[in-house]
Unconditional design. Structure first.
Length: 355
């Protein structure tokens, strides 16, 4: 066959070339020929697998939560101090509300409103407490208005045996002397907003008309509430007693300008610094030293001279006044320039006096 025949037949030429190659290199071994898949691994580089970006799919609820979280994280933190009950902490939770930002503002506004309302409630409670009616010695709450301030004060206007009175025309009789059983005692001084009051320890008493009355306290008025034949004195001390049945007996000691009074000075030495404060005195006093040596007196049935103006009070007014110095009067005047109830009608009451 001519060479031209081979070249024209490429299908026959290829096996011939392979046979000539095999003869020149010796027989081929299986180990020398790598499998097809190994050749492919050697020749081809390892493919780099790049994961496609994962696009998170969010439902509308997730988007709302994400927006709410972003909003809350950007809000400034509010510090709540311990021990402040008026501060209300409002916790917010993500919800499926169509407008979470509006809900957050509403909750915050609600917390602010509650915090504002709480002190107002306390103030309201405070104003609704049952306070005693405020009465004075002048102005709109003065003696002419006492009966209108509280139902319990009605006697101040409707009573027929009110005190004080101008003691005139008392009949002279052999009155039984008042038996004073006073002794050195501890005491406490109180500025009650109407007068200076001295509360004494138990154990001091008087006996009159066969009844025993325990001394509870004494206090002062300026000028004197009682008058004798029209005369008013600089001050008066009222010694208030109570018997076992609760009935009251008051001994009035008139005070007029003169020398210093030791018992009055002892009280002034123990005045509290604040109204409503009761100060226990270190010293003791004998209330008998407040009384005049002459124990003659006037007596009549009357009332308390301050609200509620209760009647049925036995009054004994010492005829002889006791001296008090200008300085001592000045100290009381600094606290209470005037704390005397006006004179009340005697209304035909029987007044007795010692011979």
């Amino acid at each position: 066959m001519r060479l031209s025949n081979f070249t024209s037949c490429p299908a026959l030429l290829a096996p011939l070339i392979l046979a000539v190659f095999a003869l020149s290199n010796g027989p081929a071994r299986a180990s020398d020929v790598p499998p097809a898949h190994a050749t492919e691994r050697a020749e081809l580089p390892k493919p780099v697998v790049v994961a496609p970006p994962v696009v998170a799919t969010q439902d509308p609820l997730s988007k709302l939560r994400q927006r709410l979280a972003t909003k809350l994280s950007s809000a400034p933190a509010v510090a709540v101090e311990a021990g402040q009950p008026d501060l209300i902490s409002v916790g917010l939770k993500a919800s499926a509300s169509p407008a979470p930002e509006a809900a957050s503002r509403s909750a915050a506004a609600g917390g602010t409103t509650a915090a504002r309302r709480k002190p107002a409630a306390k103030e309201s409670t405070l104003h609704e407490a049952d306070h005693p009616a405020h009465w004075t010695y002048d102005g709109n709450a003065g003696p002419t208005a006492w009966s209108t301030l509280k139902p319990e004060f009605a006697k101040c206007a409707s009573g027929t045996r009110q005190s004080p009175i101008d003691i005139q025309g008392g009949i002279r009789v052999d009155l039984e002397p008042v038996q004073f059983d006073y002794k050195p005692t501890s005491f406490r001084v109180l500025d009650n907003g109407h007068t200076v009051q001295v509360n004494v320890a138990p154990g001091n008493s008087i006996e009159v008309n066969g009844r025993r009355f325990e001394l509870v306290q004494f206090h002062f008025h300026r000028p004197s509430e009682e008058r004798i034949d029209g005369k008013q004195f600089d001050m008066v001390a009222h010694l208030v007693h109570r018997d076992i049945d609760g009935r009251l007996a008051v001994v009035a000691v008139l005070l007029e300008r003169g020398s210093a009074h030791q018992v009055v000075q002892t009280v002034w030495n123990n005045l509290p610094l604040e109204k409503g404060e009761e100060l226990a005195a270190r010293a003791t006093m004998n209330v008998a030293d407040l009384l005049p040596a002459d124990r003659s007196y006037f007596t009549y049935m009357g009332s308390l001279t301050t609200p509620p103006c209760s009647e049925g009070v036995l009054w004994m007014v010492m005829k002889t006044p006791m001296p008090i110095s200008d300085a001592q009067i000045g100290i009381f005047t600094h606290l209470y320039p005037m704390n005397a109830r006006p004179i009340q009608a005697s209304a035909g009451r029987l007044i007795k006096q010692s011979n």
